[in-house]
Design a protein around this ligand. Structure first.
Ligand code: FMN
Length: 183
């Protein structure tokens, strides 16, 4: 008898590719634990995969201290699913990228958190303690509501830095472990 693996969807918006890169590193981490991952941009949402996923991770760049306009449009397009409680009980988590060190991206995580709670989802944060503030450190931005990464408006080959990428892998592993524990 085969055991069905858990599935995690990762949904992001990423005009310049940094947030998409983080989505891929979260996926790497979850896949290490044996979870099946579907990574998709809000421009190409696969609704059936989202509806069937055991958990969904949302990621947005920070625009004027907020999720991007298109990400908000996506959030609003889920209202029929909100009404039917389609995603109730699924694991939810979030990540936010910004140009600045703070960039006010906590607000993005709070918006994504509230959106998930509106859907009745089960929020999972980032329990990892910061190992320091260098670009190679884990959770260098000391975020706990979700994953924060920073791209400094530099090319995606250079940013987010290695510590942020490693933190994304750690986050993916952790979310996969939580999925296996709660579902
Ligand atoms: C319209 C606009 C508004 C932005 N506002 C902020 C901001 O409030 N704080 C910040 O740190 N960076 C801000 N940035 C930089 C973006 O957060 C950064 O370029 C983005 O996270 C890169 O993600 P992406 O490569 O996935 O598109 C802004 C960029 C744009 C185009």
């Amino acid at each position: 008898m085969s055991v069905q693996s858990k599935t995690l969807a990762i949904v992001y918006h990423s005009p310049y590719g940094h947030t998409a890169k983080i989505a891929q590193y979260i996926a790497k981490g979850a896949e290490k634990i044996g979870v099946a991952v579907h990574v998709m941009s809000i421009e190409h949402i696969e609704w059936d995969l989202l509806d069937q996923a055991d958990g969904i991770v949302w990621g947005s760049p920070t625009y004027m201290g907020s999720v991007t306009g298109p990400f908000k449009m996506f959030m609003d397009s889920t209202s029929k699913r909100w009404m039917s409680r389609k995603w109730q009980g699924k694991l939810a988590a979030g990540f936010a990228n910004s140009g600045g060190l703070s960039g006010d991206k906590l607000s993005v995580l709070q918006q994504i958190n509230l959106f998930s709670m509106q859907h009745g989802m089960m929020w999972v944060g980032l329990p990892l303690l910061s190992t320091g503030q260098a670009e190679t450190d884990l959770n260098r931005l000391a975020s706990h509501l979700g994953l924060m990464t920073q791209s400094n408006n530099a090319p995606i080959e250079l940013t987010p830095p290695q510590g942020d990428l490693d933190t994304a892998v750690w986050f993916g592993e952790y979310l996969a472990l939580m999925l296996n524990r709660i579902h």
